[in-house]
Design a protein around this ligand. Structure first.
Ligand SMILES: Nc1ncnc2c1ncn2[C@@H]1O[C@H](COP(=O)(O)OP(=O)(O)O)[C@@H](O)[C@H]1O
Ligand SMILES: [Mg+2]
Ligand SMILES: [Zn+2]
Length: 448
């Protein structure tokens, strides 16, 4: 038996089997039922959402021999249906504009549309990646579309409709295929995995579904690749796709938020392991920023698990979020952002990443000390600096926030810096304190 890939094996053969495109199918089926067949259709949408499959089903619908006219439910067993499904019907011509090199062939094929079909009711041209057609082919297509022969239907499929000529688009009936919801992809994967006897954890299925970004083809291809690792778990998947293990990142961020014995050694171990796996320091930093962002979602939008990177981690995220304040997360985010350039431009990005991680642990220790508002003075200072206009930020940043007492903040600078802090800058600092919401009305500058 020839080996079929999962995508080939599970290519939908009927409109009913098509996932996630209900409105569009309703309109297509309505047209088939009433016999209002347009000379040209345009199917747009991201890859793997069912454009090619629908084009083939439509070709069967037009030509099924069990019916004397177009039908929304082709039989799938007659000669026409079978040859079309196999891709060798004489009257259903598939052209992949992206890979076909015989440019003239395409032009001739389109020009030949004038001839009546040999076996079928309709001659159907399925032009995949239609935006890649050569100019000569486009012109032949336009000419044919201006006076379309009654027995011909063109189906243009493309991921990039904006690259088609407006004159072509205006002659087509357009159908926009939607990205398929991750939940639908997930349940399709679960069904197929069960049918194929592939063991996969629910978290792994969820991860594959989310990674496919709305396309079922990519999801199935990933499942196919991963089936060799069966049982498929998050860990095996992370290794397979080289993705940053979200759970490790979350473990790291947890150390910034919850006190833990040996936090420093654990943090360095996680960092080291990620770098050894070949992840770039900047990618790790971005992953950490993402976790902090996800935590803020969990904290402020507790009903939206769909808004985080990996909803399989929603529970631990929510649990950790319960231990943070928005302020704390903003400070963490700011500190990470401040480290980005060092990590990006240094030859020693890994070193700076570890440095950042240690700083975040250290500043955490001062947070756990009883300080007003739950934030250490350095953290409050960071928040204030983040509110300053970018132009004066480097000048003000080296200051040290010494104390806040009854609405007055005292900031010290090294003697040689004092001269450059002008009165206008003191007002800017006061405004930044207000923007940061720290209850400071007045700022006093002193020599360190
Ligand atoms: N809407 C869908 N419903 C069911 N399966 C789909 C759907 N979209 C894609 N697939 C799966 O992905 C494969 C490729 O789909 P295809 O129709 O060629 O997508 P496109 O042409 O939009 O890139 C199909 O064989 C099928 O396994
Ligand atoms: Mg396609
Ligand atoms: Zn049939």
């Amino acid at each position: 038996m020839p080996h079929h890939s999962l995508t080939q094996h599970y290519r939908p053969q009927t409109f009913a089997a098509l996932i996630g495109q209900p409105e569009l199918i309703q309109v297509l089926c309505g047209a088939l039922q009433t016999g209002r067949i347009a000379p040209a259709y345009l199917f747009t949408g991201v890859r793997g959402t069912g454009k090619t499959s629908s084009a083939r089903i439509f070709a069967k619908s037009l030509n099924c021999q069990r019916h004397d006219q177009p039908t929304p439910t082709p039989c799938g067993v007659c000669d026409a249906c079978q040859t079309i499904a196999r891709g060798d019907a004489l009257d259903v011509i598939e052209i992949d504009a992206a890979s076909s090199t015989g440019v003239d062939n395409i032009r001739q094929l389109i020009e030949r549309a004038q001839f009546v079909p040999l076996q079928c009711r309709y001659k159907v041209f399925i032009i995949d990646e239609a935006h890649m057609l050569s100019t000569a082919a486009f012109n032949a297509l336009l000419k044919t579309l201006e006076e379309p022969p009654a027995h011909v239907v063109f189906i243009l499929a493309t991921t990039e409709p904006q690259r088609l000529l407006p004159t072509i688009i205006s002659r087509c009936q357009r159908f926009d295929f939607r990205s398929i919801a991750a939940t639908l992809i997930e349940s399709a994967l679960a069904t197929i995995a069960a049918q194929e006897g592939i063991a996969a954890t629910p978290a792994a299925l969820k991860f594959m579904a989310q990674r496919a970004k709305g396309g079922l083809r990519d999801a199935l291809n990933l499942l196919e690749q991963a089936r060799l690792l069966s049982p498929i778990t998050l860990e095996t998947l992370y290794q397979l796709v080289g993705a940053l293990p979200e759970d490790r990142l979350l473990a790291l961020v947890t150390l910034f938020i919850q006190p833990q014995a040996d936090a420093m050694a654990t943090a360095l171990d996680i960092c080291e392991a990620l770098l050894l796996q070949g992840h770039k320091p900047l990618t790790v930093l971005e992953g950490l920023v993402q976790v902090v962002t996800d935590l803020q979602v969990a904290l402020q939008a507790p009903t939206r698990p769909d808004r985080v990177t990996d909803s399989a981690l929603w529970e631990p995220l929510s649990a950790l979020a319960a231990d943070c304040s928005v302020l704390q997360l903003q400070v963490l985010g700011n500190q990470m952002r401040a480290a980005a350039d060092c990590i990006r431009y240094s030859e020693q990005g890994g070193l700076w990443l570890k440095r950042l991680v240690l700083d975040l642990l250290v500043s955490h220790e001062s947070v756990t000390a009883p300080v007003p508002g739950g934030l250490s003075l350095p953290q409050q200072w960071l928040m204030v600096v983040a509110q300053l206009p970018a132009g004066i930020r480097p000048l003000i940043d080296p200051g040290v926030l010494k104390r806040i007492e009854s609405g007055v903040a005292t900031i010290t600078y090294e003697r040689e810096m004092m001269a450059s802090i002008a009165r206008s800058q003191v007002s800017a600092i006061e405004r930044a304190f207000q923007a940061a919401g720290l209850g400071v009305m007045k700022v006093v500058i002193e020599t360190a």
